[in-house]
Design a protein around this ligand. Structure first.
Ligand code: SOE
Length: 408
């Protein structure tokens, strides 16, 4: 090399080191990874994964970025296909191996209800954060064991009761907490579907485990009313006692796993009355036999000063009636929850443009990460979800014995 070229080379090298150090420093990730290991690649696996993928784009203040480290499922081919479609870095076919991995920070449980407890307890004991699909457990005994394990390990936790995070539902919470409804007299909720009317529909296995009591624990009570109860307790406080009736309209169905026709042990429909701790009366109904309704979750709350109504099929609106309005214009207002000052809406588009179902999961991921960063809990916690589990159990007990049941 000539002197000239040597000079060029050393000039280049010294500048390159300077440039590369500066580049590296600038590139030093300000975002910390939050490594997710998700168990279950069904419908809920998709909703949660979508939440992890989108959260940082819309909640840029978060200091952690969920990393899709591993998806876990028993069927290797399907797990691999899910990993490819949703861009998970790796797969596992045994959740125990997933939990044992040092590169996983949080275990997200999207499996049928009968495996929630075992996975959650093992994950907590391994020191992982735990996010669990609803309902928390098969019954309150299992739920209590999960709460004990989570609280002993002091790990961050949440249960995916996603409807709380519909902006209009969060707005309802804000209005109630501000005292705008005054004393509450009535709480009414429905969750109506129609997808199990066909008596030829089998029970059990992928997609249909919700019809199999051994996997689901219960029918509409744990699957749908649990949502209504979670929202109700959040908005209107504790429930003290319940009286319920349930029905199983189709008594036998072929079981997908055994191939035999077997008794159906889930509740196809359930209705219950309850008394809230604040003195108000509750009326709840859920069924999978309401022809024409796909997922009609509605609630109405009547207070002394005002009432509110909400409907999942029109989820971006909150209906509001305020008795203090001038009598000439008094009536039900439809509040289109899209303005930036509505809960969560400042994160999305511009006023007038609404969001939907999938965003509730993005919101829950955002709130979970924010809670990890602040050291606060992310509601509903396992302990709060246990309360819902106890109410579901009292509903099912009451339907069996025909008596009012106090919530234990
Ligand atoms: C059942 O059809 C189901 O998917 C529930 O399992 C969900 O929790 C509910 O949000 C929608 O309906």
């Amino acid at each position: 090399m000539t002197n000239e070229s040597e000079n060029h080379w050393s000039f280049f090298m010294s500048h390159w080191s300077f440039i590369s150090i500066t580049f590296l420093l600038n590139q030093e990730p300000t975002m910390k990874p939050l490594n997710i290991g998700l168990v279950g690649y069904g419908f809920m696996g998709r909703t949660h994964t979508n939440g992890y993928k989108r959260v940082n784009d819309f909640f840029p203040e978060l200091k952690h970025r969920p990393v899709l480290k591993a998806i876990c499922g028993r069927n290797e081919e399907q797990t691999r296909a899910f990993a490819e479609q949703w861009q998970y870095e790796s797969i596992e076919t045994d959740w125990r191996k997933l939990i044992a991995r040092p590169d996983i920070d949080a275990i997200d449980i999207c499996t049928p209800n009968n495996s929630h407890a075992e996975i959650a307890i093992a994950a907590a004991q391994a020191g992982k954060m735990v996010l669990c699909e609803k309902p928390l457990a098969m019954n309150p005994v299992e739920g209590q064991q999960m709460v004990d394990a989570i609280e002993k390990a002091q790990v961050a936790n949440t249960v995916w009761y996603n409807y709380r995070r519909v902006p209009a539902v969060s707005l309802a919470k804000q209005l109630i907490d501000e005292g705008r409804l005054g004393r509450i007299f009535h709480y009414r909720a429905n969750f109506l579907q129609d997808w199990t009317i066909n008596a030829d529909l089998p029970q059990g296995g992928a997609g249909l485990w919700r019809l199999d009591a051994a996997s689901a624990g219960s029918g509409v009570t744990g699957d749908l009313l649990a949502h209504c109860i979670d929202t109700a307790v959040w908005l209107n406080g504790s429930i003290n006692s319940v009286t319920a009736m349930t029905e199983t309209f189709v008594k036998e169905r072929k079981h997908n796993l055994t191939g035999k026709v077997e008794k159906v042990s889930i509740d196809d429909a359930c209705a219950f009355l309850c008394r809230f701790g604040n003195g108000s009366l509750g009326l709840f109904e859920s069924t999978r036999y309401a022809r024409g309704h796909k997922a009609l979750y509605t609630f109405e709350i009547n207070g002394e000063k005002a009432s509110i109504k909400w409907d999942l099929h029109d989820l971006h609106r909150l209906e509001y009636f305020d008795y203090s309005d001038n009598s000439l214009i008094r009536g039900w207002h439809q509040v289109h929850c899209t303005d930036g000052d509505m809960p969560y809406m400042g994160k999305w588009w511009v006023p007038g443009l609404q969001i939907g179902y999938e965003h509730t999961f993005v919101h829950q991921v955002a709130d979970f990460i924010a809670s990890v960063e602040s050291g606060k809990s992310c509601s509903p916690t396992f302990r709060e979800a246990l309360e819902t589990q106890k109410i579901c159990e009292a509903v099912l007990d009451s339907a069996k014995c025909g008596q009012w049941k106090e919530i234990a």
